[in-house]
Design a protein around this ligand. Structure first.
Ligand code: ADP
Ligand code: MG
Length: 392
């Protein structure tokens, strides 16, 4: 099984292509706040528009609930897309509009939010058949949605034969980079996992144990590991109900000879916003009235050293509340250590990618994954439904 590349598409003369993209960008007051996903879609769109007369882009946006909702309209994206592509973009205000495959020369079509129809999330074959009816070819470049069994990414490609469906460049790049860290990664493989909670990352944590040599833990999730080791965490964010899971992860690691490293020192504060007390303490001396907000300076150096000798690195989840300047040092130190290392490096996760940008090291990471949930599921060794639906 392999993913069909764009170059495998046949009969492009007179073709009408439906391109499923991930244009789920943050929008406020009709303005696109972050165009990362628009930029990521451009190579595939450009490739198609150079070869095909009719290209219609489609996507979901936000948490639309199966009926039209102006708050989740893709209309603001049309302007941003036109600017980025330097081509006219005609917005089609209903993804099933009869004119959705009628493009003027050089024009891109952008269909309204797929989730305005309940059939999208229900993976309804009838909705997929209606959506795709005027299109001769199908391209999926929406890696961020690949872990969802929705109509536009699962039922839709099932309607296309070999040579008529393909993965876009972004999808292909994501799958290639993530496959490299899942299948036979070069050792030593060091993973850094942080972020708020253990509960949202149990499966990837367990999957990583089968592959990595060292797992560096940071962020709020370290607090749960502290608790599991009998340490006190004061007023920190912690998940008591995940202590058993943390113990299981530590056990499994010990059995496999994987080193699990937790912060030996931490930054603690009395508040996240407007803190008046900020201290560095050892992990066995966290004051009862303070909370952990970052890894400490000793841990930063130790983690950086561990990353320096790695040949493969995966990072997900910030080391602290990096949104607040005073608590960003740990996250920025890890970002810089990864950028400095010669390892093949992959970073995934919404906040982690923001941290990479803030650290100014985006271009020094081998692969920055745009798909948060999708990349974690891929990393957990799961078959993503949208990828399975494209494979031939
Ligand atoms: P990602 O989006 O990269 O997968 P998560 O969503 O899991 O990461 O977690 C990111 C959030 O975790 C950040 O907003 C950050 O403020 C928070 N966080 C990190 N460390 C702590 C901590 N010690 N206490 C509370 N929140 C934390
Ligand atoms: Mg997040």
């Amino acid at each position: 099984m392999s993913l069909p590349a764009l170059a495998s598409l046949r009969d492009l003369d007179g073709a009408r292509v439906l391109a499923r993209l991930d244009l789920n960008v943050p929008v406020a007051n009709g303005k696109v706040l972050d165009d990362t996903r628009i930029t990521a879609a451009l190579p595939t769109l450009r490739w198609l528009m150079e070869r095909v007369d009719v290209v219609a882009a489609c996507s979901h946006l936000g948490k639309a609930k199966g009926s039209p909702d102006p708050a989740f309209s893709l209309e603001p994206v049309a302007g941003a897309l036109a600017k980025a592509l330097d081509r006219p973009v005609r917005f089609v205000p209903d993804c099933l509009d009869p004119s959705r495959a009628d493009a003027a020369p050089g024009e891109l079509l952008l269909l309204e939010n797929l989730r305005f129809y309940p059939g999208e999330k229900a993976n309804d074959p009838e909705f997929a058949a209606r959506l795709t009816a005027p299109f001769s070819h199908y391209v999926n470049d929406a890696f961020g949605t690949a872990h969802r069994a929705h109509a536009s990414v699962v039922a839709a490609p099932a309607l296309y034969a070999v040579g008529r469906k393909a993965a876009g460049f972004l999808m292909a790049a994501e799958v290639a980079a993530l496959s490299r860290v899942v299948n036979d990664p070069e050792q030593p493989y060091v993973a850094v996992v942080g972020g708020a909670k253990v509960s949202t990352k149990t499966a990837p944590l367990e999957a990583l144990l089968g592959r990595v040599r060292t797992l560096l833990i940071g962020g709020g999730m370290a607090n749960t590991f502290f608790l599991a080791q009998g340490l006190e965490v004061g007023r920190s964010l912690v998940e008591e109900e995940m202590v058993a899971t943390a113990l299981q992860v530590m056990d499994a690691a010990a059995q496999r000879g994987v080193v699990i490293d937790v912060p030996s020192d931490v930054v603690v504060a009395d508040a996240i916003e407007g803190a008046s007390r900020i201290e560095v303490v050892a992990n066995n001396a966290i004051p009862a009235d303070l909370m952990v907000v970052d890894i400490g300076p000793e841990t930063r150096v130790r983690y950086a050293r561990g990353l320096a000798s790695a040949k493969t690195i995966f990072w997900n989840g910030p080391m602290g509340v990096f949104e607040v300047d005073d608590f960003a040092a740990g996250t920025l130190a890890v970002a810089e250590a990864i950028a400095d290392s010669s390892a093949f490096s992959v970073v995934g996760g919404g906040e982690s990618v923001m941290a990479i940008r803030r650290a100014g090291v985006f271009d020094r990471i081998d692969h920055v994954s745009t798909g948060g949930g999708a990349s974690l599921e891929f990393l957990s060794g799961e078959t993503l439904p949208a990828i399975a639906a494209l494979e031939v």
